[in-house]
Design a binder for this molecule. Structure first.
Ligand SMILES: [Ca+2]
Ligand SMILES: [Ca+2]
Length: 268
């Protein structure tokens, strides 16, 4: 009898040990659940991530933002945690007691069950020493050197968290007022340790100019708390024809698009 009792005790001890081990291994995953992140990028985009991939909000997703609390950033800087509503392509924000709050500048709203970081950056003017990279890009795309541009700036930022700053370049000659290029272009590329990597490019005949949007770097956000910043590019169509946003992420050595530009939000 004693022998059988001993066997039971042993089996029970093994079971308890097994349960503890499983709780240690899988417990945090069950508690944390899947990542859910919502991004409201001005009037250009409303995105959601639900542990799988980034998607645009559907019309049913109004419950994800109407009168919900979001962390609000204005011009890249934390503004507070407010309730939001969206009307006529503009975000309105409110205290929890529904007192409206005024803001001026570019709007970003984030709600996430995971950590995230919004990187603050400045657009810097290009210098003579940058021309070598610009000409390399022009050459690779069959363009003459020293192109006239309507936008040309760079941003210095440690995107991949290796303690060294990369330089992001943005070039566009779209919608010029005082010159007529034969080819219109948009380029966003990164120079990391003198190595040039193209993130986004578009070239087309000038006659097709109005079919395209003008690219810009809008936000650097680490959306998944892995210390590597995702790039959010904004593309503005001519005049009041709207804009859209897209997101790029570094995977291994390369940057790839993880959220495409949706459709143009045409003005009335
Ligand atoms: Ca870096
Ligand atoms: Ca990241």
């Amino acid at each position: 009898m004693k022998k059988i009792e001993g066997k039971y005790k042993f089996a029970l001890a093994i079971l308890i040990l097994y349960a503890i081990l499983m709780a240690i291994i899988f417990g945090p995953r069950i508690i944390n659940g899947k990542q859910q992140t919502y991004l409201l990028i001005g009037s250009s985009a409303k995105w959601k991530y639900d542990g799988d991939k980034w998607r645009d909000f559907t019309t049913d997703d109004i419950s994800l933002y109407a009168w919900k609390n979001y962390d609000i950033y204005i011009n890249q800087k934390k503004f507070g945690n407010y309730q939001v509503t969206y009307s006529e392509k503009k975000w309105y924000i409110f205290e929890n007691d529904k007192t409206p709050v005024n803001y001026q500048g570019s709007f970003l709203g984030i709600k996430s069950n995971k950590g995230y970081h919004v990187g603050a950056f400045e657009e810097e003017d290009l210098e003579e020493s940058d021309q070598i990279y610009l000409n390399q890009i022009y050459q690779e795309n069959g363009l003459k050197e020293n192109q006239k541009t309507t936008d040309a700036y760079k941003v210095s930022f440690d995107i991949d968290g290796d303690q060294n700053q990369e330089t992001i370049y943005v070039l566009s000659n779209l919608f010029p007022n005082d010159f007529v290029p034969s080819t219109v272009f948009n380029f966003v590329f990164i120079v990391d340790n003198k190595k040039v990597q193209t993130i986004y490019k578009m070239t087309d005949a000038f006659t097709n100019e109005r079919n395209h949007c003008k690219i810009g770097l809008q936000y650097l956000i680490d959306v998944d708390d892995d210390s590597k910043y995702e790039l959010i590019l904004n593309c503005k169509y001519y005049s009041t024809m709207g804009s859209c946003a897209m997101m790029y992420q570094k995977k291994g050595a390369n940057y790839r698009r993880i959220k495409a530009c949706k459709t143009v939000q045409n003005a009335l």
